[in-house]
Design a protein around this ligand. Structure first.
Ligand code: ADP
Ligand code: MG
Length: 394
């Protein structure tokens, strides 16, 4: 498809759409309602003529082809099933094979094969659509598009009204068609899970324009903009980046800590040894209680004895299970050099430094994934530098 547009009055239903689909691909269109998905599909099999642009199928100009012949070469499942009410299920399934002049025997074989595929009883072949439930009709709508064994199959939200189990088995079925039989599918869905499961490439559409065309993996890792991110949803984005999902996975686990009962002399010695200017304070069980900085020790060295006497009890910390995306901005905005990380029992487990955030920001802004360094977290690096006073966990 090249520079394809469909204009209705002032409205560009499809606006300069460009896509090169290879044989055997599984393309999923996804986008908000009215973004031009159906219009694009209908131009491919010439149920609509483009206002501008061109479409070629196997090198041949679709716009010069006989539309009726063209449609017999392309399987099509439409949004609202579209079974012929006055025809039996058998006749519905074999409409195109009949047009293609398959023998009756071959057609009957095919009908049986098809109905088996969607796990409906063979007796149903002699029923009429109204004698089937909505979900059953939809399954028939799907196999009807496959019955003629066309190489290109267009499917417009074919599984919308199906229960989850049927939906899943049909998803597996169409995926198998593509993977095993090498069929080319162009498939519209508004369900991102479906698109991610099925597609070799996803086309994201909004207001007639293609926003992003990429593999599922690429879309998840590098959504083109906020629109795509919202379409994907936060949970999937996090799942897609296992290396940077939670704070616990990017923190350094060598935070230097001390218990409140220790003397200032011991604290100073520890700072000196570990080359840090701040110690996190934990109780005997490791629960974070606060921090103590070199200034506090310096000012109070002659009047106080223990860490407990001088420590700051208010400390900003993050939970190891917090989602990084939610945490990074808070940390950066507050200007902390580093932030202690605790587990669900508020036990100190590590520290996040500004340096470790660089990787995350780099990744979020679309940095080159080959050069990321998330794995460095386990290496010995410079530990806690300074924990600024802050409000408590927020
Ligand atoms: P989608 O399938 O992504 O929900 P459509 O392709 O059906 O979107 O529609 C794209 C846009 O074109 C919408 O704004 C819709 O209102 C408009 N549209 C579709 N068909 C017609 C038509 N026959 N006349 C005028 N506008 C249309
Ligand atoms: Mg539509």
């Amino acid at each position: 498809m090249k520079h394809l547009s469909k204009i209705y009055g002032e409205n560009k239903a499809v606006d300069d759409f460009n896509l090169d689909v290879k044989k055997g691909e599984f393309i999923c269109f996804i986008g908000t309602s009215g973004s031009g998905k159906t219009t694009t599909m209908r131009m491919i099999n010439r149920m609509l003529n483009p206002t501008e642009g061109s479409i070629k199928l196997n090198g041949e100009d679709v716009l010069k082809a006989d539309p009726v012949k063209l449609r017999r070469k392309i399987g099509y499942v439409i949004q609202n099933i579209g079974l012929m009410p006055h025809m039996t299920i058998r006749d519905n399934i074999t409409i195109v094979p009949k047009l293609l002049k398959w023998s009756e025997e071959k057609r009957n074989e095919r009908a049986k094969e098809m109905i088996k595929m969607v796990e409906l009883p063979e007796e149903f072949l002699d029923r009429y659509p109204s004698e089937l439930s909505g979900g059953q009709q939809q399954r028939i709508g799907v196999v009807r598009a496959l019955a003629a064994d066309q190489d290109l199959i267009l499917m417009d939200e074919p599984f919308g009204a199906l229960d989850p189990i049927t939906r899943e088995s049909l998803q597996d079925f169409v995926k198998d068609l593509q993977m095993r039989l090498g069929k080319t599918l162009i498939f519209v869905t508004h369900d991102m899970d479906e698109a991610l499961k099925l597609a070799t490439r996803i086309v994201v559409m909004s207001h007639g324009k293609m926003i992003q065309v990429a593999t599922p993996d690429e879309i998840l890792r590098h959504p083109a903009n906020e629109f795509v991110e919202n379409l994907i949803g936060k949970d999937r984005l996090i799942q897609a980046r296992p290396s940077i999902t939670t704070v616990g996975q990017v923190m350094y686990n060598n935070a230097v800590s001390i218990t409140p009962g220790r003397s200032l002399k011991e604290a100073l010695k520890l700072m000196h040894e570990k080359r840090v200017d701040t110690l996190l304070v934990t109780d005997d069980t490791g629960v974070l209680k606060g921090y103590v900085g070199i200034e506090q020790i310096d000012y109070n060295y002659n009047t106080a004895t223990s860490v407990d006497d001088v420590m700051t009890r208010k400390v900003f910390y993050v939970n190891e299970n917090s989602i990084i995306r939610d945490t990074v901005e808070r940390i950066l905005k507050r200007g902390y050099k580093n932030v202690p990380v605790v587990d669900e029992n508020k036990k100190l487990v590590g520290i996040v430094t500004r340096a470790s955030l660089v990787d995350i920001v780099y990744d979020a802004l679309g940095g080159d994934s080959d050069t990321q360094t998330h794995d460095k977290k386990k290496e010995d690096t410079k530990p806690a530098e300074k924990v600024e006073a802050g409000d408590d966990k927020s």
